[in-house]
Design a protein around this ligand. Structure first.
Ligand code: GDP
Length: 457
């Protein structure tokens, strides 16, 4: 911004946690929050809508000598509360990922699994830097929790002890990362986290390695992301819709993560909608009540403004058609048409190659629609229409118009079927596939095509 009444500040980096089901994403997030609370004083963490803010002071208390507050000017880390790559791919911002960094959780005993691969594909495509949390080290034979992590020793001591204490699964994991095209190593041997993926052994059960993980995330952000964290503190807020939710007393509300500027209760906002950008006036900005004050009824408290990076619930008229993954932009002092143009352009960036003949795909968010489209492209399955939202009668009607019988299909990722669409489906010759794992969805469709071909022979 050239306007010199505006000043820049460094915002908190946004961190997402992803990985295969059951590898410990939820447990790790819980442990990070729990350890932070038990280590820190009051204000050790701040609960946002959809995210948890862990300030530098708390990280520093947890990490001991490793994180000296004076060495950092980033304010802390903002963890997105919903783990998994569905939510991660929702977090898109201007063609990339909204999350600045990711933690890829891998169960050391299990190694790479299909959703690990899927997560890596998404991280690669969005160019998101990440670290690997090699989880469940408490269950590995070579691990001696008494000795702790060899983090404060010399390189030679570390390597020596690491060899004797670390389970070979960790080395296997490093091998798998290398097969996936990433140069990776145990984090204390990594010099440049931009070139090499750091692998941090952790236990979401015992909490071991959690301070190390936070240290690595903090160091990585401070060294390589400082410029990207510079925001215009007073500028019009910019964010992404995480979820659209009905809230008693407020109607449809939008949970958003704001990554730039500030959003205020008297602001007009433009939010990406199903058919066209929604222009509306904020009625209230809501944050969770501090834990101690939560009573049964009143869960939220109204706030006047929220500065990035933060999660916030926006209550405003006409939000029912807002789309998860769509942009949120405050208009303040700007030309409304320019803002609408920007939102439209951001939505159009989502490029799905559609063909004259192909299947219909539906997904819960723009990001997952994009991920799904790219996976289908790789599998050479043509797409006729791609849309965010639950499966509606219109989708059935469109799928029916496909030329080839095998294309008379709807592939739905993380979506429901609207009641009236079920009736249409029964009447129509359209196959429906739904799943919440992309590769499984494609496998199911492929099996159907194979069987169909065999039946015709
Ligand atoms: P998610 O599906 O990736 O979110 O995985 P969860 O966090 O739900 O964990 C799956 C299971 O693994 C649960 O039964 C956890 O208690 C267990 N688990 C997670 N992390 C650890 C760990 O570090 N050590 C051990 N022993 N179990 C863990």
């Amino acid at each position: 911004m050239t306007d010199d009444t505006h000043s820049t500040t460094l915002r908190t980096p946004i961190v997402a946690v992803l990985g295969h089901v059951d590898h410990g994403k939820t447990s790790l997030l819980d442990k990070i929050r729990g350890s932070a609370v038990s280590e820190g004083e009051a204000g050790a963490i701040t609960q946002h809508i959809g995210a948890t803010d862990i300030p530098l002071a708390t990280i520093s208390t947890m990490a001991g000598e490793l994180v000296q507050p004076e060495d950092f000017d980033l304010p802390g880390l903002l963890f997105i509360d919903t783990p998994g790559h569905h939510s991660f791919s929702t977090l898109r911002a201007r063609g990339g990922a909204l999350a600045d960094i990711a933690v890829l959780v891998v169960d050391v005993n299990d190694g790479f699994q299909p959703q690990t691969e899927e997560a890596i594909d998404i991280l690669r495509r969005t160019g998101t830097p990440f670290v690997v949390a090699a989880n469940k080290i408490d269950t590995t034979a070579g691990w001696n929790p008494q000795e702790g992590l060899p983090i404060q020793e010399t390189y030679e001591e570390q390597s020596e002890r690491a060899r004797s204490m670390l389970d070979e699964n960790l080395y296997a994991l490093i091998g798998e990362l290398s097969d996936a095209g990433f140069s990776a190593d145990l984090y204390w041997r990594v010099q440049d986290f931009q070139k090499n993926i750091g692998v941090v052994p952790v236990s979401a059960m015992t909490g071991e390695g959690v301070p190390d993980l936070l240290t690595v995330l903090m160091g990585l952000s401070q060294r390589f992301m400082k410029e990207e964290m510079a925001i215009d503190v007073a500028g019009p807020g910019v964010g992404t819709v995480l979820e659209v939710k009905e809230e008693r007393g407020f109607g449809a509300t939008v949970d958003a993560v704001m990554y730039d500027g500030v959003i205020r209760t008297d602001d007009q906002v433009v939010i990406g909608g199903q058919d066209e950008p929604i222009v509306t006036d904020i009625r209230a900005l809501l944050q969770p009540q501090p834990l101690a004050e939560i009573r049964t009824e009143k869960q939220f408290e109204k706030v006047d403004s929220v500065a990035a990076a933060a999660g916030v619930k926006i209550a405003a008229p006409d939000l029912a058609d807002a789309m998860a993954g769509a942009p949120v932009r405050v208009v303040r002092d700007r030309d409304i048409d320019d803002v609408i143009t920007e939102v439209t352009a951001e939505l159009e960036e989502i490029d799905v190659d559609t063909a004259e003949d192909g299947v219909v795909i539906k997904a819960d968010t723009l990001g997952s629609l994009e991920a799904m489209a790219s996976a289908l492209k790789e599998a050479e399955i043509p797409i006729m229409r791609a849309e965010v939202g639950d499966i509606a009668p219109r989708d059935v009607a469109i799928a029916e118009t496909a030329n080839q019988d095998e294309h008379k299909a709807i592939l739905g990722f993380n979506v429901d079927i609207l009641a009236n669409a079920s009736d249409e489906l029964e009447a129509a010759d359209v196959k429906l596939f739904t799943d919440d794992v992309i590769y499984q969805l494609i496998e199911e469709y492929d099996t159907f095509v194979e069987e169909r071909k065999r039946a015709q022979q």
